[in-house]
Ligand binder design. Structure first.
Ligand SMILES: Nc1nc2c(c(=O)[nH]1)N[C@H]1C(S)=C(S)[C@@H](COP(=O)(O)O)O[C@H]1N2
Ligand SMILES: [Mo]
Length: 335
């Protein structure tokens, strides 16, 4: 059968969402009234509704050269990658608005280049590095990873990036560098969502040093072989596949080597709901909903309903690679 040879990303979005359903949802949107419930990595908006409100398809970026295939292939995930159009149009990026469809349109005119990343703290080679100088010495790899959002939806994304460990080794962290802290650009002229106090700006995140050095942890600069779309965190974002999506901070301008556990945005905003570790764990529910299942973006269940169907895997399926780092830790306490 011909269709079986086609890659997921060759499938047009019109085939994923039959046109009639798409139009029906648009009509529903026009007539339905929505009570916005404010804040959360957690507003339970269905992807169908978010996609129905977008007016244009994502813009493709420049092809990235010299990308090698990593050990984390599509076959190792065992799932088809989520089509490009969905990865680049269903986003969480509060700097460009809180709706899932907002970053696509609100980030359209964002100009990521030129870009610098400040490296500071307990490290041998601190400084302000041009994006190019930060990336150039390293080999770009493609890595197909699961992404599991705390809101119980998930995707499979073919990222392009470099292991964070390679950059850390090159920078030479000192003996007091127990954690790595990350910061997103703070400039409300370029990121209009920052004009509103949705969360405290800038967005900040952090990892323990062993988590940062874990071979899975990626600094992504692209997806689907192309330069990272603005809405996915251009020009450089973190990808930590065994943790909930909010740990994967976008548009990074600062990486600091610190001694104490750094503050993280969602923990600051709602400490009872979001901890520092945020490891994907089906056994530890969010206080307001189960983490036992997930809804795959683009999956058949999204067409008619919003029920989470697929069981969530411990550490998002990366247990073998990461479980040893948490041995002896009570993961219900360190959530
Ligand atoms: N700076 C910044 N990074 C962020 C966010 C954000 O709002 N701002 N949202 C996070 C959340 S909650 C998720 S699920 C992922 C979504 O990444 P994607 O849009 O590429 O799928 O980005 C994370 N990184
Ligand atoms: Mo998220």
């Amino acid at each position: 059968m011909l269709i079986r040879n086609r890659k997921a990303y060759d499938v047009a979005s019109s085939e994923i969402t039959p046109k009639s359903l798409y139009m029906a949802r648009r009509q529903f949107l026009k007539t339905a009234a929505f009570g916005g419930t404010g804040i959360a990595a957690a507003s339970m908006v269905s992807p169908a509704l978010a996609l129905a409100s977008r007016e244009e398809v994502p813009v493709h970026g420049a092809k990235l050269e010299g990308v090698v295939q990593s050990a984390w292939t599509q076959a190792s995930v065992g799932l088809e990658p989520t089509p490009f159009d969905l990865v680049a149009s269903y986003n969480n990026f509060y700097e460009f608005g809180t709706g899932k469809g907002r970053p696509l349109t609100e980030a359209k005119n964002f100009k990521p280049m030129p870009w610098t990343v400040k490296i500071d703290g307990d490290v041998e080679k601190p400084g302000t590095y041009d994006f190019e100088d930060l990336i150039k010495p390293h080999q770009l790899e493609e890595r197909v990873y699961r992404l599991r959002c705390v809101e119980a939806w998930s995707m499979v994304v073919p990222w392009v990036g470099i292991p964070l460990a390679d950059v850390i080794k090159r920078m030479g962290p000192g003996g007091n560098a127990k954690y790595v802290a990350f910061e997103t650009l703070h400039d409300s002229k370029r990121m209009p969502g920052q004009k509103r106090p949705t969360i405290e700006w800038p967005y900040v995140e952090g990892l323990r040093m062993d988590e940062a050095m874990n071979p899975l942890t990626l600094l992504a600069v692209g997806l689907y072989g192309e330069v990272l779309p603005n809405q996915n965190g251009a020009p450089i974002r973190l990808v930590v596949p065994w943790k909930y999506g909010f740990k994967s901070i976008k548009s990074i301008v600062r990486i600091s080597f610190v001694e104490k556990e750094p503050p993280t945005s969602w923990n600051k905003s709602q400490p009872k709901e979001y901890g520092f570790y945020a490891n994907v764990n089906p056994e530890v529910d969010h206080p307001r909903w189960s983490q036992g299942k997930e809804r795959r973006i683009g999956g058949a269940e999204n067409v008619f309903g919003f029920t989470a169907k697929h069981p969530t895997l411990k550490f998002n399926g990366y247990e073998e690679e990461v479980a040893a780092m948490y041995q002896g830790m009570d993961l219900a306490r360190y959530y």
